[in-house]
Write a protein that binds this ligand. Structure first.
Ligand SMILES: [Fe+2]
Length: 345
């Protein structure tokens, strides 16, 4: 019950905007760089079970089993000498009328918004959020038949759909306000034990707990992107498949269950060190009067209900966005890491 009493006291929790200027429906796709598209393809196709929908010498497009859109994960080939980057976070709006409304909204706010060409997508606009995260928004993509019931195609982690991203951010309150204006709804959050200061916000447009998470840290940087799989056994099977492909060393955080969102998870790092989460068992948030759930910063159950804390690298190693200089956070809140835990054992 701490979440409800916490909600009443915490004045920084904003009223959800149920009538935003335009209708974002969900997180759509993530665009990243790859130094070796064939290595990247092997990791995601053979290891995790994504379907390759297009590849040439410069691009790799993939989708998961339940997805009918052409792609949810895109890689652009980049020079070996350059640091791996995240290029775009993609969101979807309900239709092209909403896309025009989105363009008009950002133009009216003096944001640098423009139409761009993207393969396999309908009209697409590009803009940045208030902390510099590069965003592209489209209404449509080329459609393909779902592989949900093509069970003979299910392999690796049997990934169903791209669910959410997590971005480290130097100022949680301001980014929460920006996304709240766009209709993103707070479902869970972490705050300092005895103050209103926010450490992290779980924000959603679709029916479940999150499309985007902002957590306190040097940023904006992409911490991870996450694919949903329908079974706990699939999360474990992903680890077995990775091991049999000699990719067990790519495991970044062993399986466990987050308190926040109830997710049963495992994390891997791909060949370019981008972090991907495979998870299951979060829940729906639909009713308008359901209150967001509060977690105190000192409560380690928010990160793991059971199991060991995450290693230090999980907290501090992230993917930078192209041409965006990360900034140190205002809130100094060092995490309890696996290394801290083991040193006291
Ligand atoms: Fe996640």
């Amino acid at each position: 019950m701490c979440s409800e009493s916490g909600f009443e006291k915490l004045m920084t929790i904003l009223k959800t905007n149920f009538s935003p200027a335009f209708n974002i429906t969900r997180l759509s796709h993530v665009v990243l760089t790859s130094k070796d598209l064939d290595k990247t393809r092997f990791f995601y196709e053979k290891g995790l079970g994504l379907e390759v929908t297009f590849q040439d010498s410069n691009f790799l497009f993939m989708r998961a089993l339940e997805e009918t859109s052409h792609h949810s994960l895109v890689f652009e080939k980049q020079n070996h000498a350059k640091k791996s980057k995240c290029l775009q976070i993609g969101y979807r709006v309900a239709d092209e009328g909403e896309l025009i409304k989105a363009y008009d909204y950002f133009f009216s706010k003096n944001c640098n918004v423009s139409y761009i060409e993207r393969p396999f997508q309908g009209k697409t606009i590009r803009v940045e959020d208030n902390i510099g995260t590069p965003i592209e928004i489209c209404a449509t993509m080329d459609q393909k038949k779902s592989n949900m019931q093509n069970f003979h195609h299910h392999s690796g982690g049997k990934l169903a759909f791209l669910d959410h991203i997590q971005i480290t951010c130097p100022d949680i309150s301001s980014v929460y306000k920006w996304y709240n204006n766009l209709g993103f709804r707070l479902t869970e959050y972490t705050a300092n034990d005895n103050s209103d200061e926010l450490w992290g916000v779980w924000l959603k447009r679709k029916n479940n707990t999150q499309d985007v998470v902002f957590s306190n840290g040097v940023g904006p940087c992409l911490h991870h992107f996450a694919f949903h799989t329908p079974e706990v056994s699939n999360v474990i099977h992903a680890a077995d498949v990775m091991a049999s492909l000699d990719l067990a060393v790519n495991m970044d955080r062993p399986p466990g269950r987050h308190g926040i969102g109830n997710a049963f998870f495992i994390y891997f790092r791909d060949p370019d060190d981008h972090r991907v989460e495979i998870f299951t068992s979060h829940y729906n948030v639909i009713d308008s009067n359901q209150l967001p759930k509060r977690w105190n910063l000192s409560d380690t159950r928010r990160s793991q209900l059971w199991g060991f804390p995450a290693p230090k690298k999980w907290f501090y190693e992230t993917t930078e966005f192209e041409n965006v200089q990360p900034v140190k956070p205002k809130l100094n809140a060092p995490p309890i890491t696996l290394e801290d835990f083991l040193s006291k054992w």
